[in-house]
Structures are given as C-alpha cells and as structure tokens.
Design a protein around this ligand. Structure first.
Ligand code: T3D
Length: 258
C-alpha cells in the first residue's frame, strides 16, 4: 500500500509509504491521499489529521522514474492529479499537522507546506528541487513559498534548489517548529491529540479566514471576520469555552457538530 491510514482516537494518521523511494509520489498515491482526506472529513469522530512519511524521508516529490520519457504535455496532465490533492489538503475543514521526518523535496516539500502546522525533525530538510531537473516549483510552491518566507528567499530557494535545514525553515517562518529527531513523532501525536480536542468548528473557520486574507482588502477581511465570528459564536464550543472560563476550569469541547 502506497499510504497507510490509521484511525486513532480523535484523529487520522496518514503515512506516505514508499520508503525505498523516499516516499516519492505517484498518481495512485495522490488518489489514495485524496480518498483518505475525504474519509477523514466525512467521519464525525475525526477532528484532526496527521501526515508523515515512512522510513528516512518524508517525500522526494514526483517519482522521477515514472516521468522519464513522457511527453511535456503529460507532465502538465500529471498535475491534474496533484493539484486537487493540494487544494483538498489546504481547504480541509479540519486541522492538518505535517510531521516531516526526513527530506522533503520537490512536490514533497510543497505537500508539507500545504498543511496547517508543519513540524520537522532537526535532521530533515526542504528542497525546492525542481530547477535541478529544469522544472518550476509546482504543487503550490510558487504560492506558498513567497507567502511564508518572502519573495527574496522564495526566489533564491526556487532558483538555486538548495536544501533548507529544518531549524532554518523554522527560523524563516516556513514551518512551525524543528524538533529533535527522537521527539518528532511523540510531539506530533500530542499536537494532533490537542487539536482533536479543540473547538473544531472554530479551527475550520480560522483556516477560512486566514486563507481569504490572502486576497482580501482590510475592509473585506473585517466584514468576513464579523460573519465568521457570528458562526463561531453559534457553536456549542463557544458556549462551553465561555462557561469554562467563568467556572475557572479547562474547557471540554464537544464532538463535531457539522
Ligand atoms: O507534473 C510533473 O510530473 C512534474 C511534477 C514535478 C513535481 C516534482 O516533485 S519535481 C521534483 C522531483 N524530485 C526531485 O527532483 C528530488 C529527487 N531526489 C533527490 O534529489 C534526492 O533523492 C534527495 C535530495 C531527495 C535525497 O537524497 P539522498 O542522497 O538522501 O537519497 P538518494 O540516495 O538520492 O535516494 C534514495 C533512493 O530513493 C534512491 O534509490 P536507490 O538508488 O536506493 O534505488 C533514489 O533513486 C530514490 N529516489 C529519490 N528521489 C526519488 C527517487 N526515486 C524516484 N523519484 C524520486 N523523486
């Protein structure tokens, strides 16, 4: 199986599973990932997703053995399989944590950057490897990178295709945290459990607000915040959060109400 999917209490653990190829992507894998995300979203007991890779790498991008000798237009066609995956991951109404356990290269780097909270092992690195093979960053690379690290760093990373160590990626704001290798998965599990116990409806609305801020003017964003805040205020989680504050106790957020 090219991916492993495990249902854990409150969250879904998805593991890229082609370790002998550093989890290089195939169109079959993209389809399996989309199905796993759809299934997580449809399962009311699932309130977070954790994505990671098996073995020593996170994901080495497109499986290059699969594209050797194909026509240029077929390269574009391949993205018809990957683009819906990136969009789904980014827009999933659940928090998505990515635990980057090793090298994340090409589309593999951008798969990680499409997630909400990215943590990486200190030994991991991020490489926009595309220019090394005469391609451009895809799977959202030219969208995520300048937004995360600024245009100067985005341009250099895309053109030079140099690896960025996890600690530097964290320092630059490309990811949330670099974590000692032996602590990566315990901390990633804890993060997923914590998010799974969070106010799921509000977390989904936070994603929407932050995404729409990328294109909105301030007045539009303020209007959107008012609308989404009304929605959040109607959720049982808001009532519980407020009650818990007044009772001076930790909130116990309820199951998904969608
Ligand atoms: O639409 C389109 O099709 C275009 C889409 C493009 C999207 C892309 O992602 S383009 C970019 C594709 N990815 C790359 O260019 C990265 C290629 N890999 C590497 O540069 C290096 O493997 C790494 C820097 C990621 C890691 O280096 P290292 O030294 O740690 O490992 P390695 O020895 O190179 O790799 C280990 C094995 O995985 C090796 O196989 P072997 O020799 O043990 O049998 C290697 O060939 C294989 N592997 C690594 N990356 C890929 C791969 N096999 C197929 N596809 C790969 N991308």
């Amino acid at each position: 199986m090219t991916i492993l999917v495990e249902t854990r209490p409150g969250y879904r653990l998805i593991t890229l599973n082609r370790p002998e190829r550093l989890n290089a992507l195939t169109v079959e894998m993209a389809a399996a990932l989309i199905a796993a995300l759809d299934s997580a979203a449809a399962d009311k007991s699932c309130r977070a997703v954790l994505l990671t890779g098996a073995g020593r790498g996170f994901c080495a991008g497109q499986d290059l053995t699969a594209i050797a000798g194909i026509e240029p237009e077929e390269i574009g066609d391949l993205l018809d399989h990957y683009n819906p995956l990136i969009e789904k991951l980014h827009a999933l109404p659940l928090p998505v944590v990515c635990a980057v356990n090793g090298v994340a290269a090409g589309a593999g780097a951008n798969l990680a950057l499409a997630c909400d909270i990215v943590v990486a092992a200190r030994s991991a690195s991020f490489v926009q490897a595309f220019a090394r093979i005469g391609l451009i960053p895809d799977c959202g690379g030219t969208w995520f990178l300048p937004r995360l690290v600024g245009t100067a760093r985005a341009r250099a990373l895309a053109m030079l295709a140099e690896p960025v160590p996890a600690a530097t990626a964290a320092e630059w704001g490309m990811i949330w945290q670099a974590i000692d290798d032996d602590r990566l998965m315990p901390e990633a599990y804890a993060l997923a459990v914590r998010l799974a116990g969070g106010p799921t409806a509000a977390l989904a609305l936070i994603k929407r607000a932050l995404d729409e801020s990328e294109v909105n003017e301030l007045d539009e964003q303020l209007d959107l915040e008012r609308d989404l805040q009304e929605e959040a205020a109607e959720s049982p989680d808001h009532a519980e959060g407020l009650r818990a504050f007044l009772d001076k106790r930790a909130p116990v957020f309820g199951p998904r109400a969608d």
